[in-house]
Design a protein around this ligand. Structure first.
Ligand code: C5P
Length: 251
């Protein structure tokens, strides 16, 4: 077998979407909250399936909403599986990973909450994996001054922000690396790269994208709706759509 299948469709993307979205309020699982009339999850899936590299999508849904989610994302241009998520993000990713067919060596993990992440970001992460990286994360420079605080929220120190990055998803891994990272997990991490780092795996970065911000609070929903109303984002999502025919029905 060659190292990888055709560059088109050789990536499995896991989408943890089982969070309750407590910070968002409202009682609906966050990924199912609507953005311009459409669930966040549906928007996220549309963007990732527009990336030619994606050959299969595995969604970790809120356990009580598996059938509802399946109906929401059907039909899809790419093979899509829906599994029940777990009690933590990490458990949801592990559940999705266990459903990935054996032929996929490259696995990306992408939060449903980053619903506007453009297809080009998926491609950038996948390309770095194909170029030999074991783990890849999109990274953004930190704009604010960052300070460490103590027990009473008093400032203890100012951190040198030039060496800090804010990390987004999709995060990419060789499948064996991600599986080992999850198998070796001893405590809960907020991202998958953190688990890989724990194993001593080198994690490379690619430039992140403003549109890959995490929609966490009601404020973020307002920003996301404003962005969707602007022409620029439509153009960015379309930039890879022209090659979408190559993925249709494959996987
Ligand atoms: O809670 P947080 O914002 O870190 O969640 C990031 C992503 O992980 C979201 O897309 C959320 O739906 C998902 N998640 C999950 N299972 C959980 C908790 C969070 O799939 N138990």
């Amino acid at each position: 077998m060659t190292a990888y299948r055709d560059a088109r469709g050789d990536v499995a993307i896991l989408v943890p979407a089982a969070g309750l979205g407590v910070r968002m309020g409202g009682g609906t699982p966050k990924a199912l909250r609507t953005l311009c009339g459409e669930p966040l999850l549906v928007r996220a899936i549309r963007n990732v399936t527009a990336a030619p590299s994606v050959g299969i999508v595995v969604i970790a849904a809120p356990p009580d909403d598996v059938e509802r989610v399946r109906a929401m994302v059907t039909p899809s241009p790419v093979r899509t599986l829906v599994v029940p998520g777990g009690a933590t993000r990490q458990a949801s990713v592990a559940a999705a990973l266990s459903a990935v067919p054996a032929e996929f060596d490259l696995v990306l993990v992408h939060d449903a909450a980053r619903a506007l992440a453009p297809p080009a970001l998926v491609e950038a992460v996948a390309a770095r994996l194909r170029a030999g990286a074991e783990a890849v994360v999109p990274a953004m420079p930190v704009a604010d001054t960052v300070k460490r605080v103590g027990d009473q929220d008093e400032v203890v120190a100012t951190v040198d922000r030039s060496v800090l990055r804010a990390i987004q998803t999709p995060q990419g891994f060789r499948r064996a690396t991600l599986a080992a990272a999850h198998a070796g997990a001893v405590d809960d991490h907020t991202d998958d790269a953190g688990l890989a780092e724990h194993l001593g795996v080198r994690v490379d970065t690619v430039p992140g994208d403003d549109l890959a911000f995490k929609i966490t609070r009601p404020f973020d929903l307002v920003i996301a709706e404003a962005l969707l109303a602007s022409a620029a984002i439509t153009e960015r999502s379309r930039s890879i759509d022209s090659t979408e025919d190559a993925t249709t029905g494959e996987g």
